[in-house]
Design a binder for this molecule. Structure first.
Ligand code: RUB
Length: 299
């Protein structure tokens, strides 16, 4: 792998690059850079360099179908073109990259438009973690002149919710940051919950940052709408045949400092959890706002 691709793999692993869309975009960038820097005329060597890079990127965050779907899309195109010389394949990858970026921008703009339409004056919304799509929904609604407030959960252990709160507050949206365990007492005063999505599976269940499922459960019990902003590329097609989506387990060091660790103490640090489809009011997709039961048909 070239230096840039190695750096992107590292940054994705360490969450310097976070959030499904941003990760997928960076992964496509890494693959295109690997393609670009390849020297030589061997088609097999070129393809194997791409496959090695794609594998490393996919392994960096195993719960990210959007990343896998886009990488697979590029690799499939390259493999299909059996007679093309390496120079042509390089051009192909570069134009696929541009197409993917356009596609991502288009779908985000649609989701943001549909999502902003759900925001009303005088309301308060709760969000969890950092989703660039959800931030886009709130900022679009604000640009449309809507007057509303946001409560953001800080999102232990890596505090991505602080990033959300800072972005929204600096945009001018009244925002309150709470610790994750305060979600229950705040949610009853909210009008809806908006979260992002890392993966959507065949059952319509949502996989998103750990803590999401609990928030969805509270929302369900208070009859508060719970929305997930999810591009259709976040759908994991393998789940149609019963393949489970692995839940990434991260380092215990993110939870507890070395000096605070004690004998016999184990630490669990799952990055995501699974929200059952019946706790999801709807997915906000680029094709519109749809019930979780319809996601498989559409994706
Ligand atoms: C981020 C997270 C986000 C989704 C969607 O988790 O759970 O809600 O990735 O983000 P992490 P987006 O910080 O562990 O990557 O809407 O930007 O795709």
């Amino acid at each position: 792998m070239n230096k840039k691709a190695q750096r992107i793999v590292r940054d994705i692993k360490m969450l310097r690059i976070q959030g499904a869309r941003t990760i997928a975009k960076a992964a496509v960038d890494a693959l295109a850079s690997e393609s670009d820097s390849f020297t030589g005329n061997s088609r097999d060597a070129y393809l194997s360099a791409l496959l090695v890079t794609a594998d490393a990127l996919a392994a960096a965050r195993p719960t990210e179908p959007m990343l896998r779907n886009y990488l697979r899309y590029v690799i499939n195109y390259v493999q299909r073109d059996k007679d093309a010389p390496v120079s042509e394949l390089k051009q192909l990858v570069s134009s696929l990259q541009k197409g993917i970026y356009k596609d991502m921008e288009r779908s985000k703009a649609e989701i943001v438009k549909y999502g902003a339409a759900l925001i009303s004056n005088g309301s308060t919304y709760l969000t969890h973690c950092h989703s660039s799509t959800v931030v886009g929904i709130f900022t679009k609604a604000y640009d449309e002149g809507k007057d509303f407030a946001v409560i953001a959960c800080e999102t232990r252990p890596l505090y991505q919710g602080v990033k959300t709160a800072r972005e929204l507050a600096s945009y001018g949206i009244p925002t309150t940051l709470i610790v994750d365990s305060a979600a229950y007492s705040h949610i009853r005063h909210c009008h809806a919950v908006f979260v992002g999505a890392d993966a959507v599976i065949a059952s319509g269940n949502l996989i998103n940052k750990v803590g999401t499922a609990g928030i969805a459960h509270f929302a369900h019990s208070f009859e508060i709408p719970f929305y997930s902003a999810a591009e259709l590329h976040k759908f994991d097609h393998l789940t149609r045949w019963g393949m489970p989506v692995p839940i990434e387990q991260r380092s215990p060091d993110e939870v507890l400092r070395e000096s605070h660790k004690t004998k016999n103490l184990s630490i669990a640090n799952p990055a995501f959890d699974v929200t059952p489809a019946d706790h999801v009011t709807a997915y906000i997709t680029e094709k519109g706002i749809i019930p979780p039961q319809s996601i498989m048909l559409l994706a």
